[in-house]
Design a protein around this ligand. Sequence first.
Ligand code: GYE
Length: 319
Amino acid sequence: MRKTMTTALTAVLLTALTACGSGGGNAADDGKITMGFAQVGAESGWRTANTKSVQESAKSAGIELKFSDAQQKQENQIKAIRSYIQQKVDVIAFSPVVETGWDTVLLEAKRAKIPVILTDRAIDSDDTSLYETFLGSDFIDEGKKAAQWLVENSSGPTNVVELQGTTGAAPAIDRKEGFEDVIRSKPDIRIVASQTGDFTRSGGKQVMEAFLKSQPDIDVVYAHNDDMGLGAIEAIKAAGKKPGVDIKIITVDAVKDGMTALAGGEINFIVECNPLLGPQLMDLAKKVVDGEEVPERVVTEETTFTQDQAKTALPDRKY
Ligand code: GYE
């Protein structure tokens, strides 16, 4: 009995000591930062690479990660964020599945004094005090790069079908906007049909099957991610046409499967979107928890790939 009490007392003292030594940050009693991460889902190759990057870099940064997968549903992400607030994590990071509808739950985090970092996707809110920083790509620029290639590589009337990402998601809204901005300079290029394929391979395949039936003359597919482009390839082949030749394909992401199809001539151009956000995210999290200043916006650097460039880059592609 006595021994148990002494042990318990020592444990309390030790905890108190470590808490004092944690440098005034929000960090948990053991001095270790705990991050609650609410992921979108597992909808694409990009997402899988992103999840792996977050998990691996948390480990090497010594950050304890609580991870949840929302299966592309906003209500699941909100639930996960609420549970992180309840568990009093030191920092919450999340990739919002859609842009709107976050103010209430983020206000709850703010009241609980838990800093929030947006990663990969942005939110659409007037209240920028609801998060510390936003780390991710410039999706409008990605859409512009996709269209720029088409403007330079098409002649005469060009009918485009668009496979949009998840309705209401920042990358779907912005990749559409950037693309439309640039093709406006060339009236010969027209988007003849546009629908969401939810960023998945099966979604891209289904929507492309319908487009092939309803549109007599498709020259180009613009898919908001590789996975939907890969689904479209299956549909095009099943309709007896040659992807990359009879119908040109432009996608965004540059994950390994996309790059393989590009090198193999079935995709024509890919705009890169970098999923390896983990190391930068952990860096920002440490700073935010320590009360250090961080920039409001951290933009990821990205490039584009033609078929030849894909052949060169493919052997070293990590994801
Ligand atoms: O392009 C797509 C994924 O938010 C940038 O989400 C991300 C997008 C990515 O499903 O493949």
